[in-house]
Design a protein around this ligand. Structure first.
Ligand SMILES: [Zn+2]
Length: 167
């Protein structure tokens, strides 16, 4: 079933400061892309001087739900707290007539391998730069990893990976 999202009520809940920051993101064209994920909307917000944040918003059984990388960073446990990224993503999704499901599933749903979950916690504890260096080291030695990294970054697979597939 499709639902509507009341952006005015959302902005009221977020507060003036968050809305002002969200409006700055909207004005700079962030997020550039809104993707349907789990019945909700997902996007990546880029800000100068900050790491990119992946944010998801959707209507779950608990009502409007927002999840953003920035809350993980500050160790905030209140996942429904609205940040500027969530408000900007919602605004972008509404602007393109996004079809919201009333039974969305957040990306962080615990239906993951417990080992992956454990390692995710470990990885989250690393500084972004160290994590990036680690991933880059793996990608440089493993074409599968390199392909996955380039795909996540929106780059086409390198020629070497294609040649290896042809063997
Ligand atoms: Zn955020």
């Amino acid at each position: 079933m499709a639902v509507r999202i009341d952006i005015d009520a959302l902005r009221d809940a977020a507060g003036a400061e968050v809305c002002a920051a969200a409006d700055r993101l909207t004005a700079s064209g962030q997020p550039t892309e809104v993707l349907p994920v789990g019945g909700g909307a997902s996007g990546v917000v880029h800000e100068v001087g900050r790491p990119p944040y992946e944010v998801w918003v959707g209507v779950t059984a608990d009502g409007f739900t927002a999840e953003c990388d920035c809350t993980a960073e500050t160790d905030c446990t209140a996942e429904t707290d609205l940040c500027a990224h969530a408000v900007a993503l919602t605004a972008a999704a509404l602007a393109e007539g996004f079809a919201w499901s009333s039974t969305a599933t957040p990306q962080s749903d615990p239906a993951v391998d417990p080992r992956v979950a454990e390692l995710t916690v470990l990885a989250r504890g690393l500084p972004a730069r160290r994590l990036a260096a680690l991933v880059a080291e793996w990608a440089a030695t493993d074409p599968v990893w390199e392909g996955a990294l380039r795909a996540q970054a929106g780059q086409p697979a390198p020629r070497t990976a294609v040649e290896l597939d042809g063997d």
